[in-house]
Design a protein around this ligand. Structure first.
Ligand code: ZN
Length: 654
C-alpha cells in the first residue's frame, strides 16, 4: 500500500467546492454501506469482470478472445453494430475507481495489487500514438473512430480518465494517469474543428466531465478546452453522426434502431446544448452531459450554459422524475418518454441514471447552496441509486420498478454490467457529497454521521456531525477550531421537513431560509460550539401530479429522505388490495430486526375482501373492507428478504 497522496488536486473555480474523500471520515448509515463496498463489493466486481473474460480482452499478452455476444442480424436484416464487450473498458475503469475509493476506507494490498495488474494491462495495450481502447485494438483493429454514435469509444476513454484520477489521488501512483494524459492528447489531436480533425463527439456522453477531472488533477488547461469543445460541438450542423455514417456507407438516421436515431434525441445531439429545453433520450447519457455542462459552466463562468441547465433541471424534476429519484421510465430507449409518463411496474429507472442525477445535482451546488438541488440529490441517492446495491453489497439492481409482482430480483451480475461499479463508486465516495466549502463558509448538504476536516476563512476546521440520520432527524454539529473564526455555516432545511428546530449552544435560533432553503449562520465560531438540529421525521403521504395517470388514486409514503414500500414478506400477497386512509394517523415505527437500525412504519389500513370472487372475471358487487395494518419498509431495502410483491404507490381510500 502506497501512502495516500498528500498533494491536493487543482481546485475547481467553484464558489462552493466539494471536499476530497479522505477529508471526511464517514460513520453511521453511510459508513456501513462504505464498509460493504470496501469489504465485499469491490472484490466481487473484480471477480465478475474476471469471470466475464474482460481481462482476456484487455491483456495484450493473451490471445485475442472471441466475441462473447456475436453480432446478429436484426429485424431489418442489418448487422447489429454493438456488443457489450465494446463497453468493457468502462466497466473495468469503474471498478478501478471504486477500488481507489475503497482504499481510503481500508488499506488492502491484495486489492491494490489486482488494480495494479489491470493498469499494467492497459499500459501494455496502449499504442505508440497514445490510443487506448481494448475493443478497437484487439477485436476490431483498423476501425477506430468510425462510429462515435454507437460504439462508446470516447465514453470508455472518459471512464478510464476518471479511474486514473481517482487511483492517482488514492495511491499516488501515476501509471494510469500518465497513460490517460497521452490518450487525452491523442484525442485532442484527433477531434476538433481544425484542418484534418474530426468534428465529432461521443454518442454516450462521459468524456466531457472526465476531461474536466483530468484537467483539475493535472493542472493542464488543454483538457478543459477539449471538454468544452465536446460540449459545444454537440448537435452542430452538419450533424456529425450523419457525416460519419456516410463515410461508412450507411444512413445514421435510418440504421437500426431507426426509432432511436431518427432525430438524435436519444443521444441529446438533436440540438446544440444551449438550445435544448427538454430532457430527452437515454437517461444516463443525459445526466452525464448535464454534469459535463455544469463543469464547463463553472470553469468558464458561462452563464449561458447555466441558464440552459436551469431549464433542463426544472423540466426533469417537475415533469419526468419518479418519487424515488429514478429517471428514464422506458426500457426501449433506456430513457425518457413524455411528460408525466411514469409507469410503476415497467419503470426502467436504471440505477446508473439516478447515480448520474446525483452527479449532476452535486455540480449544480457549486455556485451556492440551493435546496432545489440538494433535496433531489438526497432523494435520488437514498432511493433511486442506493436501491441498486443489496444491503450486504453483493447483489445489484439494474432497473428499478416501483411495483413488482414478484418477478423482479437483484442480479449477481448483468450482461451489461454498468450499474454495479457505478453505485459502488458513488457509495464509496459519499463523503465528498456531504459538504461544500467556500472561502468564507461551509454548507452542509447532507446529514450523515461523520467527521470532516477542512479549511475555511483561513482556519483549520473540524466539523463533527453526530446523527442517526436517516432514521432520526436529530443532528448535532460540533465545531473544532484552534482560534475563533468568522464564517457562515449553511444548513440545508429539507423541503420535506415542516417544523425544523435549530439551536446554537442550547439557544434556539429562528429557522429562516429564504429562497435557498439553507439556514445561514454567520458568526464568530469558537472551538466547542455546538449546533443542534431537530428535523422531525413523521411519515408523510406523497401524492403525484394529477397528470401522472399511473398514480391516480394512489399515495406513496415517505419518512425523512426515504421513500417507503410495501413488501409481500410483511403484508402477504395482493398488495393492491390494501388501501390507505386519507390521513396517515396512527403511525408506529419499529426497528426491522433483519436490517439492524432500519426503521419500518406501520399504518392503519384497509384490505379489500376478495374472498367472494370465484372464477368470474367481472362482478358488480362492492367488495367488503376490513381493518388491517400495513407495514412499510424503505424502498432501497426491498428484495433483501424473501422474494415477493412490492408496491410504492398504494391505493388511497376515498
Ligand atoms: Zn447502469
Amino acid at each position: 500500500m502506497t501512502a495516500i497522496s498528500a498533494e491536493p488536486p487543482v481546485q475547481a473555480p467553484l464558489a462552493f467546492r466539494p471536499l476530497r474523500i479522505p477529508q471526511v471520515a464517514v460513520n453511521g448509515f453511510w459508513g456501513q454501506h462504505i464498509d460493504a463496498v470496501a469489504n465485499k463489493t469491490v472484490d466481487i466486481l473484480y471477480e465478475r469482470c474476471l469471470a466475464a473474460g474482460m481481462f482476456d480482452q484487455i491483456d495484450p499478452s493473451r490471445p485475442v478472445p472471441e466475441m462473447r455476444l456475436p453480432f446478429r442480424r436484426n429485424q431489418y436484416g442489418v448487422l447489429d453494430t454493438i456488443t457489450a464487450q465494446m463497453f468493457w473498458d468502462s466497466d473495468v475503469a469503474k471498478v478501478i475507481e471504486a477500488a481507489a475509493y475503497a482504499l481510503y476506507r481500508r488499506p488492502n494490498p491484495a486489492l491494490e495489487a489486482k488494480m495494479d495488474g489491470i493498469i499494467e494491462m492497459f499500459a501494455g495495450l496502449q499504442l505508440e500514438d497514445g490510443y487506448l481502447n481494448s475493443w478497437y485494438i484487439r477485436m476490431q483493429p483498423g476501425q477506430r473512430w468510425t462510429n462515435l454514435r454507437d460504439c462508446h469509444e470516447l465514453y470508455c476513454a472518459g471512464h478510464l480518465m476518471e479511474a486514473a484520477v481517482a487511483y492517482h489521488q488514492a495511491t499516488g501512483k501515476r501509471k494510469l494517469l500518465d497513460a490517460m494524459m497521452r490518450y487525452a492528447d491523442h484525442i485532442g489531436r484527433t477531434f476538433g474543428t481544425g484542418p484534418g480533425q474530426k468534428p465529432g463527439y461521443c454518442g454516450h456522453e462521459e468524456i466531457e466531465l472526465a476531461l474536466v477531472r483530468l484537467a483539475r488533477e493535472t493542472g493542464e488547461r488543454r483538457y478543459l478546452e477539449l471538454a468544452k469543445y465536446f460540449v459545444e460541438q454537440r448537435g452542430q450542423q452538419p450533424h456529425y453522426f450523419d457525416v460519419e455514417a456516410e463515410a461508412r456507407g450507411e444512413n445514421a438516421r435510418g440504421s437500426w434502431p431507426a426509432s432511436l436515431h431518427a432525430d438524435f434525441r436519444y443521444t441529446q445531439s438533436h440540438l446544440p446544448v444551449r438550445e435544448q429545453q427538454k430532457v430527452v433520450g437515454h437517461a444516463v447519457r443525459a445526466m452525464y452531459l448535464y454534469s459535463g455542462m455544469a463543469d464547463i459552466a463553472a470553469e468558464y463562468g458561462d452563464s449561458s450554459l447555466t441558464d440552459a441547465l436551469e431549464i433542463l433541471w426544472n423540466d426533469l424534476t417537475a415533469k419526468q422524475m419518479y418519487v424515488t429519484g429514478g429517471i428514464g421510465p422506458s426500457a426501449s430507449n433506456e430513457g425518457f418518454t413524455d411528460y408525466y409518463d411514469l409507469p410503476n411496474d415497467t419503470a426502467y429507472a436504471e440505477t446508473c441514471a439516478s447515480v448520474g442525477l446525483v452527479f449532476w445535482a452535486s455540480r449544480m451546488l457549486g455556485s451556492a447552496p440551493d435546496r432545489r438541488y440538494a433535496d433531489v440529490l438526497e432523494q435520488a441517492l437514498y432511493n433511486g441509486a442506493l436501491t441498486g446495491l443489496s444491503r450486504d453489497g453483493s447483489r445489484f439492481f439494474y432497473d428499478n420498478p416501483l411495483e413488482s409482482h414478484g418477478q423482479h430480483h437483484r442480479w449477481d451480475w448483468h450482461k451489461c454490467p454498468c450499474c454495479p461499479p457505478n453505485i459502488a463508486r458513488l457509495v464509496a465516495s459519499i463523503g465528498t457529497y456531504i459538504y461544500g466549502v467556500s472561502d468564507t463558509g461551509v454548507a452542509v448538504h447532507l446529514y450523515a454521521d461523520s467527521v470532516a476536516k477542512l479549511e475555511v476563512a483561513g482556519a483549520d476546521l473540524t466539523l463533527t456531525q453526530s446523527t442517526d440520520y436517516p432514521w432520526d432527524g436529530a443532528v448535532r454539529l460540533t465545531v473544532g477550531l484552534a482560534q475563533p473564526t468568522r464564517f457562515t455555516l449553511s444548513l440545508r432545511i429539507p423541503s420535506w421537513c415542516k417544523d425544523a428546530k435549530v439551536a446554537i449552544g442550547g439557544q434556539s435560533v429562528p429557522v429562516e431560509t429564504g429562497n435557498s432553503g439553507y439556514l445561514k449562520l454567520e458568526r464568530e465560531w469558537r472551538d466547542g460550539d455546538v449546533v443542534e438540529m431537530a428535523l422531525p421525521m413523521e411519515a408523510r403521504p406523497v401524492r403525484a401530479h394529477p397528470k401522472v395517470r399511473q398514480d391516480t388514486g394512489r399515495v406513496a409514503v415517505a419518512r425523512g429522505p426515504l421513500v417507503y414500500c410495501l413488501e409481500e414478506a410483511d403484508n402477504g400477497a395482493e398488495l393492491n388490495s390494501l388501501l390507505l386512509p386519507r390521513s396517515l394517523g396512527g403511525m408506529a415505527t419499529a426497528p426491522i430486526t433483519e436490517f439492524g437500525g432500519a426503521v419500518s412504519l406501520s399504518l392503519p389500513a384497509l384490505r379489500e375482501d376478495d374472498g367472494a370472487w370465484s372464477a368470474e372475471l367481472y362482478r358488480s358487487d362492492v367488495p367488503g373492507l376490513s381493518d388491517t395494518t400495513a407495514r412499510f419498509v424503505p424502498y432501497y431495502l426491498w428484495d433483501n428478504r424473501a422474494p415477493g410483491e412490492m408496491l410504492v404507490w398504494v391505493r388511497s381510500a376515498t
